[in-house]
Design a protein around this ligand. Structure first.
Ligand SMILES: NC(=O)c1ccc[n+]([C@@H]2O[C@H](COP(=O)([O-])OP(=O)(O)OC[C@H]3O[C@@H](n4cnc5c(N)ncnc54)[C@H](O)[C@@H]3O)[C@@H](O)[C@H]2O)c1
Length: 445
């Protein structure tokens, strides 16, 4: 039998810098939420690292541990926030502008939020057409801009007395630009940075800078950064964890709960029409067709995989899947999503499902930023490098090794995450066979 691999995870020590390119609605709701929880003003609802529990051992043992007691995660009190934005407002001003959290809460944490000031951003209007900012770096080449970001990271860690850092992209969605020649290898990417190749986007420059500094990087948007070979090669070379892409928050979260349920019962689907109205800055950015295209790709991929035409031609060979996002200012951050699902049952008889989710975009995204920051720091201390597929749970379009299919089913993603935490702590993996309870011998329980 192959020897079981034992993972040694170093204990977190000192402060952890959580750096977010982008200090808009999601990032400021994340900072504010962690500060509010630290002060005992609110509960970290929605955060698996803070509230989740993992079953250990056999069911008869009735043994469960809180995630943050099972694995050595950094504590909330040890997080130091930092970020970059194209607008100079501090986090208190940006959070007030975003209008996600009530003024009464923001006033109680005003001092802490006001101290979080954005560093100057690397920005290119060609990639986010609806924004115009003034707080932007300049430099002769994209390589020079990357080096400026690297210096920002080092200075931040030094000035704030941090031990280490992680980066979570919370910036705007960039115009859809699939990977091209310049993204094919690290060598061609670095040459591209030196000669200002227009196909290199700002988010790719941040990712490059983070990885060069051995800072784990999670991509919260559908931008193409850790998704392409050059930066995956760099992550391997620098022995640094990466994951992405696009936080799985509202409509897509529900899709990856509902769709596997329909498929598991072998119900057919003729069409799935999803529409959203959204009035925040993200909605304004996504009103540009180029940025919307990035979102459309990550949102539609989910159903292609769950309703596989190849595996189930009788059920899913002709699905009409449509996703729309309409910018509608009166709603602000409170997005409304509608789904109409046309399904077919026994003998092809049609039925319909309607889902109307009145959600709050950044309220759903903030705990994901926290979990990703803590888990990516854990992965780094566990000496994990490259793509962290076990964090697929958090993403609309999980990054996986080339040639592998991404797993989209939320409950399967959770099993993978839980087993990874058991693996990290040398606990027995659980395969849910459960025959030992009925007298059949098996290796695992
Ligand atoms: N809220 C959700 O439910 C959710 C879900 C999935 C993904 N996302 C993604 O998360 C990201 C953030 O969403 P949001 O609602 O906070 O948007 P937002 O518009 O409120 O904030 C984005 C911020 O990024 C800044 N920015 C843009 N380009 C930048 C750059 N190159 N460098 C530094 N800053 C830059 C903008 O000025 C803005 O302040 C978006 O890409 C969004 O698509 C959000």
């Amino acid at each position: 039998m192959p020897k079981k691999q034992v993972i040694n995870i170093s204990k977190p020590k000192g402060k952890l810098a959580v750096l977010t390119p982008g200090m808009g609605a999601v990032a400021t709701t994340f900072y504010a939420g962690v500060i509010a929880v630290r002060k005992g003003l609110a509960q970290p609802i929605g955060s698996y690292t803070q509230l989740g529990k993992v079953r250990l051992g056999k069911r008869t043992e009735n043994r469960h541990k809180k995630v943050n007691e099972l694995v050595p995660l950094a504590g909330l009190e040890d997080i130091v926030f930092g970020g970059w934005d194209i607008f100079p407002e501090n986090a208190y001003e940006a959070a007030s502008h975003a209008q996600v959290l009530e003024k009464s809460l923001l006033e109680q944490i005003k001092d802490e939020l006001s101290e979080i000031k954005p560093m100057k951003a690397v920005f290119d209007k060609e990639y986010v057409k609806r924004l115009e900012g003034s707080h932007i770096k300049s430099g002769p080449t994209k390589m020079d801009l990357a080096e400026q970001l690297q210096a920002d990271i080092r200075n931040f860690i030094k000035e704030k007395g941090c031990d280490r850092a992680v980066m979570v992209w919370c910036g705007s969605t960039e115009v859809y630009t699939p990977a091209s020649e310049v993204h094919a290898s690290l060598k061609s990417f670095e040459e591209g940075l030196r000669r200002n190749d227009p196909a290199i986007s700002p988010s790719q420059i941040y990712t490059y800078a983070a990885l060069k500094e051995r800072v784990p990087y999670a991509n919260g948007s559908p931008n193409i950064s850790v998704e392409m070979p050059a930066l995956q090669e760099l992550a391997q070379e620098m022995a640094t964890p990466i994951c992405g892409s696009d936080f799985k928050t509202g409509q897509t979260l529900l899709k990856t709960v509902l769709a596997p349920g329909l498929r598991n019962r072998q119900l057919a689907v003729a069409g799935w029409y999803s529409t959203n109205i959204l009035g925040n800055r993200d909605g304004e950015v996504l009103d540009d067709p180029g940025s919307f295209k990035s979102k459309e790709v990550s949102k539609t991929g989910v159903l292609d995989d769950i309703f596989s035409k190849e595996l189930y031609p009788e059920l899913y060979s002709d699905i009409h899947h449509v996703v729309r996002i309409n910018y509608y200012p009166p709603r602000g951050d409170n997005k409304e999503g509608w789904d109409n699902i046309d399904i077919k049952g026994w003998l092809g008889y049609p039925m319909q499902i309607k889902v109307n989710f009145l959600c709050r975009d950044s309220i759903l995204a903030a705990p994901i930023v926290l979990d990703l920051a803590l888990f990516m720091d854990l992965a780094s201390r566990a000496n994990m490098r490259g793509i962290q597929e076990w964090l697929s749970f958090y993403f609309k379009a999980p990054v996986v090794k080339q040639g592998l299919r991404a797993e989209h089913d939320l409950s399967v993603q959770l099993l993978k995450l839980e087993n990874t935490l058991r693996f990290f702590t040398n606990e027995e993996l659980i395969n849910h066979l459960g025959l030992t309870y009925y007298g059949v011998e098996e290796e695992d329980n």
